[in-house]
Design a protein around this ligand. Structure first.
Ligand code: FE
Ligand code: FE
Ligand code: MG
Length: 170
């Protein structure tokens, strides 16, 4: 970490690096969750949702890049072994054993809610103390909020589809 940047970071840097490494693990798991889920998925609106889930996967990878860059700037060591991902992540990876679109979306949704919590905590921890990490956390948080909103929208559409179908059958 540069001399001046260390001087201005007015917080427990080791604790922040711990949080960022957990976030890094969660981003990789989220990436794979989207990436594999999109490929397995079956059911209504598949072609539309699949495309956007792959966009989300790429965005999670972009978050991992931002987070790892910041860990290194802070003088930390990023997780070096993928075996650490499951150990360090608070947002659990959920195996997509049921490929129905709604199940895939629910798995991604819990990941997004967990990510929102994570970046809210990092933003709080760094607020007024480490502007650089703070701004990064807010930028990522905004993406995660958008991801949650996309997923909630599709789940609502799927509900509507089920309701309309149920009406038809009466
Ligand atoms: Fe992310
Ligand atoms: Fe996300
Ligand atoms: Mg989106």
């Amino acid at each position: 970490m540069g001399k001046k940047s260390k001087e201005i970071a007015n917080l427990d840097v080791d604790q922040l690096i711990e949080m960022l490494n957990a976030a890094l693990a969660e981003e990789w798991l989220a990436y794979y969750q989207y990436w594999i889920g999109a490929r397995l998925m079956e059911g209504p609106m598949r072609s539309e949702i699949q495309t956007e889930l792959l966009v989300h996967a790429t965005e999670e990878l972009g978050h991992a890049e931002l987070v790892v860059t910041r860990i290194i700037q802070l003088g930390g060591t990023p997780l070096l072994d993928p075996a650490m991902w499951a150990e360090k992540a608070r947002c659990a990876y959920e195996s997509p054993t049921d490929p129905y679109v709604e199940n895939i979306l629910l798995q991604n949704l819990s990941g997004e809610r967990c990510a929102i919590q994570r970046y809210d905590e990092i933003a709080e921890f760094t607020r007024g103390k480490d502007h650089s990490t703070h701004q990064m956390a807010i930028n990522i948080l905004n993406d995660e909020i958008e991801h949650e909103d996309d997923i909630e929208g599709w789940l609502r559409d799927l509900e509507r589809l089920k309701e309309d179908y149920a009406k038809l059958r009466v």
